[in-house]
Design a protein around this ligand. Structure first.
Ligand code: GLY
Length: 566
């Protein structure tokens, strides 16, 4: 592997930076999102954004609005919005103080390292992704209760009211949602012990989806808070569902679940402060690694989505994801070497094998040596009238999670257990591999790629971002940050811009259709890259604070996403 000195690296940066940049769209043709004066919500569904906006308009803060949006998404976006899953919340208050809330699911207490392997030690197909054994102990309701306890200003019941109404009265399905349900009718019927009839029919766009059982579950949560989910009727229905389907979650698991406040992970990139999620997210660490690895390069001069740009980002991504596989897991169970992984000299050392003309084969890259150590998710960004900001990414893991709907309670359960490394080196549903750091242990949280992130400029709020997309979450958030900082894009332009992704293994660049023209693709192939067109990548929902302090929403046109504000 070619090593280069710091001196030759500097020379290389100059040569590498002198290629002609690809032209940006003329200013008049650049897409612009919703612009508002005071407050905004951007989420995966117009009705969820509206629910959050109404809370903001009534004087609720960004955390109140986040809680209302989370519960509304559980109704109008059952594909990933949830009460049966988990997620992360990153908070930046107007005074600059930060916090993160980890409401990631946990392995049930009866879980064990080899629970998805047969007697020969081979992975049993679908066991970690489909059905009752795939389910981690849900964290979303406990997370929302804790967020409200610490920061909420409006009554809890007011925050659930929009979701309850949407579930009880129903809402019109979008074309995308109708297709999403139709495509899975068979698997819903096959996976469930009690067929979830409310989700199964020949749906057309505009049809009304009513979820009576879910409305009743949400009502119990509204009246009883945490106990409305983890105890009483909802818990009984969930545990009965587990017993009918061979799941292992018990009342002890529900009692033991607790979301955790964790100190935000912070870093600097070109003078901007990056506020993001610590483990069990792998995204925060990987994002800060990626930003540090590309910071020495003049990206704006290299040009957006040119061959040089893609090559540089991909080589940084290859290295960050190799570290992810080796070192990242739940910090409560594994000693994640956060400081060392983010050490600037370590990251510079990692990039010493970077060759601007040739891809480094992933088999020749391992994790670095340090001295110790969906699309199926959904993200929303919120800024309130006081300037408080919240970024939340929440998930069931796969589309509709394990596909199990709790009989009588009407909500989907996650299949988050697949985010563990179920066997060393065996790829999860996103092709990510791992080992000891992310092995299954009772009560442990599975590693996540979710990367809710807030960026500060000169001590003031600048950008709120995040996305679904499994393994691609990290690289989509990375590119959204580069788009606004290095390329000066607005929120909508940054969100719309085509994306690409590399995750070390498999050794290929995954790209959106149309990301690279023919010549750029040929140049990347000549450097040794394999290219794979995977249609679309991510659904970034972001808010940018413009120079005049107004807010621009970037709602991703890849989905039904929408901004709402005033
Ligand atoms: N389930 C996707 C993630 O947490 O990365």
């Amino acid at each position: 592997m070619k090593k280069i000195s710091i001196f030759s690296l500097s020379l290389l940066l100059i040569i590498f930076s002198c290629k002609p940049a690809k032209e940006r769209l003329p200013a008049a043709d650049r897409p612009t999102g919703l612009i508002t004066q005071q407050a905004m919500v951007v989420s995966a569904h117009p009705l969820a954004s509206e629910a959050g906006k109404q809370i903001l308009a009534r004087g609720g803060n960004a955390i109140d609005a986040a809680i209302a949006t989370q519960f509304a998404l559980a109704v109008v976006f059952p594909y990933a919005g949830n009460i049966g899953g988990g997620g992360f919340m990153v908070i930046r208050q107007a005074d600059g103080t930060t916090a993160t809330l980890d409401f990631r699911e946990k392995a049930p207490l009866a879980a064990h390292r080899d629970m998805y392997l047969d007697k020969k030690g081979e992975v049993i197909e679908n066991l970690s992704t489909l059905g009752h054994l795939a389910v981690g102990v849900p964290g979303s309701v406990d997370g929302m209760v804790r967020a409200h306890k610490k920061y909420g200003t409006l009554p809890w019941a007011d925050l659930l009211a929009p979701a309850i109404e949407l579930a009880a009265k129903g809402f019109p399905l979008t074309e995308r949602e109708a297709a999403g349900l139709n495509n899975r009718a068979e698997i819903f019927a096959k996976t469930n012990t009690v067929v979830p009839r409310q989700f199964i029919k020949e749906w057309q766009a505009g049809d009304t989806l009513v979820q009576t059982e879910l409305a009743a579950t949400l009502q119990r949560i509204s009246e009883q808070g945490r106990d409305g989910f983890y105890k009483g009727e909802t818990a009984r229905l969930l545990l009965e569902e587990m017993q009918r389907g061979g799941g292992i979650i018990t009342q002890e698991d529900l009692d033991a679940y607790e979301a955790k406040w964790r100190a935000a992970l912070t870093g600097n990139y070109r003078g901007y402060k990056i506020i993001t999620m610590p483990p069990p997210s792998s995204g925060g660490i990987a994002l800060l690694q990626l930003l540090a690895m590309v910071e020495p390069y003049a990206l704006a001069e290299i040009g957006h989505n040119t061959a040089d740009y893609a090559h540089l980002l991909v080589e940084a991504e290859r290295r960050a994801y190799a570290d992810r596989a080796e070192y990242l897991g739940d910090m409560d169970y594994y000693n994640v070497p956060v400081k060392q992984l983010l050490d600037r000299s370590y990251l510079l050392e990692r990039m010493q094998s970077f060759d601007p003309q040739h891809a480094t084969p992933s088999d020749s890259i391992s994790h670095g040596r340090i001295m110790v150590e969906s699309e199926q998710t959904t993200h929303f960004s919120i800024v309130d009238t006081q300037g408080n900001a919240v970024a939340v990414t929440t998930t069931l893991n796969g589309a509709f999670g394990s596909k199990v709907v709790v009989g009588g309670a009407g909500f989907f359960l996650n299949n988050e257990m697949d985010d563990f490394s179920i066997k060393p080196g065996f790829p999860n549903m996103f092709g990510l591999i791992g080992g000891e750091a992310n092995a299954i242990e009772p009560g442990k949280r599975m590693l996540s790629s979710m990367t809710p992130t807030i960026v500060e400029k000169n001590g003031k709020l600048f950008f709120v971002t995040g996305t679904p997309g499994g393994a691609t979450i990290i690289t989509s958030v990375f590119q959204s940050v580069l788009n606004v900082i290095d390329f000066g894009m607005g929120a909508q332009e940054a969100v719309n811009a085509k994306r690409f992704h590399h995750q070390w293994k498999p050794d290929m660049i995954m790209m959106e259709t149309g990301t690279f023209d023919e010549a750029t693709q040929a140049e990347l192939k000549a450097r040794g890259h394999k290219l794979f067109d995977r249609g679309k990548i991510g659904r970034v929902d972001a808010i940018l604070v413009l120079p005049d302090s107004t807010l621009e929403g970037g709602a991703d046109p890849r989905g039904d996403d929408a901004a709402a504000g005033f």
